[in-house]
Write a protein that binds this ligand. Structure first.
Ligand SMILES: [Zn+2]
Length: 290
């Protein structure tokens, strides 16, 4: 017999899920599209900064330029940092991209792909603020430039997460685990943890899901590789995992809403954001305790 002493208790409630949904809807309503490297993308980052600040949490904007296949462009990440109680503790990073995929067509909302988890992260900021101070440091980051312009490559896509890796390296911050959240508001929710991720932490996601009583929504897919923001951390030798629902479509198993004009708020549900929020809260509790 052994007991795990949880150092932080995070409760993600139905009102947090409603708040997450409303924030996602607000982002879509105020900032569609939010393509990286555009003024509209920059305005979306400013909107997120303001919305997070309204939860009573200090947020900062990290503006930078990075190369793209179409030349150097401006980008901006939004970051919240919760300092842990242990001075030498490493960082747990939770990310959601907020940019929209270009080339989908005029008016692409990216409601599930980009906005849903951005709203979720705003709600999580409030949840962590309400809780006891965690042992580890926790960073919540809304990343810019996740989507590629043409095809993923050294200068195309993941500009925000690569920048984040550089910032952490410069500040000599150790990363315990980077967690990427993507497309987790889908009404028909099937969260997967793709194979490209730290094995031990992928197992902990299953434990976290069972603890939060949302185990039936979560599965590990060893044979599936998903390119997402966590890859920048993996490439830098840091532990990282991706939580994504990559079956976003008109029928089970299909992904035909993904990167199409059909990715609108009516495909996103508060109930799914409640499941995703409970999962992430439970995961953060486990990671902080270990
Ligand atoms: Zn996308």
């Amino acid at each position: 017999m052994f007991a795990v002493l949880f150092t932080v208790a995070l409760s993600f409630t139905t009102s947090d899920a409603k708040f997450a949904y409303d924030e996602a809807a607000g982002l879509v309503r105020e900032h569609t599209p939010r393509n990286a490297g555009t003024i509209r993308g920059r305005l979306a980052a400013g909107w997120i900064l303001d919305r997070v600040s309204r939860t009573g949490v200090d947020a900062s904007l990290d503006s930078f330029t990075a190369m793209t296949p179409d030349g150097e462009k401006p980008f901006a990440n939004v970051m919240v940092e919760f300092e842990g109680s242990r001075p030498d503790a490493p960082w747990i990073v939770v990310m959601s991209h907020f940019d929209t995929a270009p080339n989908v067509g005029k008016g692409f909302e990216g409601a599930n792909d980009g906005a849903s988890t951005s709203g979720l992260l705003i709600a999580l900021a409030g949840v962590i603020r309400r809780a006891e101070r965690p042992t580890n440091n926790i960073a919540l980051v809304w990343t810019d430039g996740e989507e590629c312009r043409h095809e993923y490559g050294p200068n195309d896509g993941f500009q925000g997460s690569r920048r984040l890796v550089d910032v952490f390296r410069e500040r000599r911050r150790a990363v315990k685990c980077a967690i990427c959240l993507d497309m987790l508001g889908d009404k028909d929710l099937h969260i997967i943890v793709p194979g490209n991720g730290e094995r031990a932490f992928r197992q902990i996601v299953k434990m976290a899901a069972d603890r939060a009583k949302v185990g039936k929504y979560v599965s590990l897919q060893d044979d599936l590789i998903v390119k997402d923001d966590h890859q920048a951390f993996l490439d830098a030798g840091c532990a990282a995992i991706d939580l994504i629902d990559f079956e976003f479509g008109s029928a089970p198993g299909r992904n035909d809403f993904w990167h199409t004009p059909a990715d609108t708020m009516d495909k996103v549900s508060q109930d799914s954001l409640l499941v995703s929020g409970r999962l992430v809260a439970s995961l953060l509790e486990l990671l902080d305790a270990k």
